[in-house]
Design a protein around this ligand. Structure first.
Ligand code: R5P
Length: 302
């Protein structure tokens, strides 16, 4: 039997697409806001004894979306739901994966504990940190957007293109992407000065006269991609630059920065609702099939 699917207010479209993959409707729930800003969730389905899948992307404002998820979870448990699964297409704070200075909080672990409370499992997509699994107090299943993103670019990719990781930390991810498409790999050496500024120190690999596919897990301010484009252009790549990312937040001046850098197209998943009128070509790839496959019950063992 299918679970009952419910979604937070900004994830309703995603939740409906995911439920649709499994032939189910999105269940009715609301989160109403009181004049003082407090919220209250109401689940309008009969969830008693049922398995419930709650879909909520933790896009900005993260605190608000996290609270919605918690309130919906509480509403389901209060109404007797048997088992809760959280589907979190974009899991925020995952870049806060170590304490750099004494006295710093470990945001990724804090958020994981806050999300996991009361859930039997959490499904998330391309979490930034490898350490993430240890943060959760319930089983975490990670789904990758990369196979679907690779299939989306496959029909148009130039066989001479080079896949570029914009930093050393993303090299394994970019390598998997390059291998899926049978392309070569190059890596930008980057260091981060602050949340907004990055510096690059060179390029490992050959990109001269070759089209470029920059692959990253997340675009937030656009600073990392802007710096990587500068490096591959300095190495005289071909003008055709595609950026592929699992999640796009596009905060602040990110769109202007990517446009000024001269990228031709952005291919990304629907984990976060991005603006549709970007000043470069855009292709949005649905995560619903990959997440639905992860939710499907395994066939009984023979
Ligand atoms: C960093 O390690 C990540 O993989 C991303 O490259 C980074 O977080 C993107 O942030 P921004 O767009 O602000 O440079």
């Amino acid at each position: 039997m299918n679970p009952i699917f419910l979604a937070g207010t900004h994830s309703a479209e995603f939740g409906a697409a995911l439920a649709g993959q499994l032939g189910a409707p999105l269940g009715r729930s609301t989160v109403q806001q009181f004049p003082d800003g407090e919220q209250q969730a109401l689940v309008e389905e009969d969830v008693e004894g049922a398995e419930v899948v709650l879909v909520q992307s933790l896009q900005p404002p993260v605190g608000e979306h996290l609270l919605e998820l918690r309130l919906l979870a509480d509403a389901c448990l209060g109404a007797g739901a048997r088992r809760l699964t959280a589907v979190v297409p974009y899991f925020a704070y995952a870049r806060q994966d170590r304490r750099v200075r004494r006295g710093e909080s470990l945001g990724g672990a804090v958020l994981a504990r806050l999300v996991a409370e009361g859930f039997s499992r959490v499904l998330a997509v391309d979490l930034h940190a490898e350490a993430a699994e240890g943060w959760f107090t319930c089983p975490l299943e990670q789904v990758s957007a990369l196979p679907a993103l690779a299939e989306a670019v496959r029909p148009v990719v130039d066989p001479r293109a080079v896949v570029v990781s914009p930093d050393l930390g993303g090299a394994k991810r970019a390598e998997r992407f390059a291998r899926a498409l049978g392309l070569e790999l190059a890596i930008v050496h980057k260091s981060r000065q602050s949340g907004k500024e990055v510096t690059t120190h060179g390029l490992l690999g050959e990109v001269r006269d070759r089209p470029i596919l920059i692959v990253d897990d997340l675009i937030s301010t656009g600073g990392t991609i802007e710096a990587a484009v500068r490096v591959v252009r300095a190495a005289r790549c071909a003008p055709d630059i595609t950026v592929v990312a699992s999640h796009v937040l596009l905060v602040g001046r990110a769109i202007e920065r990517l446009a000024a850098a001269g990228i031709q197209r952005l291919v990304h998943s629907d984990s976060v609702r991005a603006p549709a009128d970007l000043p470069f070509a855009q292709q949005v790839v649905s995560l619903a099939p990959a997440l639905a496959a992860a939710l499907r019950p395994l066939p009984p063992a023979r």
